[in-house]
Design a protein around this ligand. Structure first.
Ligand SMILES: [Zn+2]
Length: 127
């Protein structure tokens, strides 16, 4: 029986998105000002106009950004999931990276030898 390896992200409730902090600040200023004017008996339209004047221009960029905890994946690993990820990292990812680095070193060595041969070829007549 495989244990639960991940669970719904509690930070974003599983949506994968969170509100951009600049948008959250802007909305707070807007809503607080709108409510203040509304509570003083002004019309909805006046309250909205005043709120926009106080809150200023809306922030650039989207209102929603990827959740900072699950990075938009909607789920996060459990402790068992983390242990499995460590296992894959150690036995799959690290050997893969080592092999890539070996290949790169071998290619660099080939290039060095080819470069040496080319230099020797062009300078042979001078000595
Ligand atoms: Zn999340």
């Amino acid at each position: 029986m495989i244990p639960e390896l991940d669970r719904k992200c509690s930070e974003c409730g599983g949506s994968g998105a969170s509100r951009d902090p600049e948008w959250a600040d802007w909305s707070s200023r807007y809503e607080a000002t709108r409510r203040l004017w509304k509570d003083r008996g002004y019309t909805d339209e006046t309250a909205r106009e005043q709120a926009l004047a106080v809150a200023g221009p809306t922030p650039e960029g989207p209102e929603e950004i990827p959740c900072g905890v699950c990075d938009g994946r909607q789920r996060v690993p459990t402790e068992d999931g983390d242990r499995l990820l460590e296992f894959f990292h150690r036995h799959l990812w690290e050997p893969f990276v080592e092999r890539i680095e070996q290949r790169l070193r071998a290619i660099e060595g080939t290039l060095d030898r080819a470069e040496d041969a080319a230099i020797r070829e062009t300078t042979r007549d001078r000595f």
